[in-house]
Design a protein. Structure first.
Length: 94
């Protein structure tokens, strides 16, 4: 019963991480559309060209989003489970 509860908790946390990533990705897309739209509408208004300044926030946040994706979808739960089982055996809690 204890192992089943542990697995259900783990699956719940994994599902929660994936849902949170999807929310993060939607926010990233919406905010970047707004930033790039603002850049597009104001780029020539002041008579000078400042380059593609939104690229810095897009790339910086994009690296954070990639990290979030990797942790949500490629987290190695097998290694954690093996270590958990090893610790249980070492402590005689089988």
């Amino acid at each position: 019963m204890e192992d089943n509860k542990f697995k259900n908790e783990r699956l719940y946390k994994e599902a929660e991480a994936r849902v949170n990533f999807k929310k993060h990705a939607r926010t990233y897309i919406v905010i970047n559309i707004l930033i790039w739209g603002f850049w597009y509408l104001t780029r020539a208004r002041h008579g000078h060209y400042d380059g593609y300044w939104p690229i810095y926030s897009t790339l910086g946040w994009g690296f954070g989003l990639l990290s979030h994706y990797m942790s949500a979808y490629f987290n190695n739960h097998n290694a954690v489970e093996k270590e958990y089982e090893k610790l249980k055996r070492e402590r005689g809690e089988d």
